[in-house]
Design a protein around this ligand. Sequence first.
Ligand code: SF4
Length: 323
Amino acid sequence: MTMPVIEVEGLKKHFPIRKGLLRRLVGQVHAVDGVSFSIAEGETLGLVGESGCGKSTVARTVMRLIEPTAGSIRLGGTDVTRLSKLAMRPFRRQMQMVFQDPFSSLNPRMTAGAIVREPLLVHGVASGREADERTAEIFQQVGLRAAQMGNFPHQFSGGQRQRVSIARALALNPRLIVADEPVSALDVSIQAQVINLLMDLQREHRLSYLFIAHDLAVVEHISHRVAVMYVGRIVEYADKRELFLRPQHPYTQALLAAVPVPNPRLKRARKLLEGDVPSPVRPPPGCAFHTRCPYVMPRCKTETPVLQEGSPGHLAACHLLDG
Ligand code: SF4
């Protein structure tokens, strides 16, 4: 068995809440509260959940854009959790990020070619003509023309801008790409094109993806395994097919029920998720989903369920699984 490209163990990110003149600590936002997963070479892990569940904080913490409060991040077997900026530099090349909104993540004053070329120069991978040739090659890989290297971000369509973002992420030949809602801002027809591009690039380069989305239909298409997050924790984790066929956690079942289906009668027959995601400042005690769960029992309000394996490789955190 090959070593995972990334292993995340017990990752926590709490943000302090300070108030007053003396910036007194008055609380903590439990954005990520003990998340563990691994991703193999050439594998896509889909991370899903409603807005505010902590998915993007996982992405930024894994990328070491923000410091974790606790837990560990291992990249190709090396613990990079506490590495300094300098020591982190060679590992930065191995993991790159694609953001939701390419318009705000691309410098409007730089041409697309300069944006994609920049990481090559910064990391000393190539310069001059070699960097230009490599940039043109990457443009072609992502379905853009080398002639478009001189265009500015505003001269591209939304889908093309996301292709430029993907090209920038590919420039350093990374092993892992963390894609945070990469297609949410795009039209549905363009979403499919970008997803297919990511899948083609994965096959070609054996890339690993941490693919973050709130749209289960998108996650189902691209992922090999899926982790479902709720209020800073993973509540279900399984092979994609298994999760979509036999969801075990009531939250996953509710999310799946909300996915549009072609048969309107079928949709009405299924129970939709009600209420809002609780605040991560004061998560509900016990199971955080108990305020919305149709199967809530007295113990759910006091005892926090832990992830347990219902069938091989299929984990869920729910007291209903206790037998
Ligand atoms: Fe629902 Fe209880 Fe399971 Fe939480 S532990 S999902 S409240 S049944």
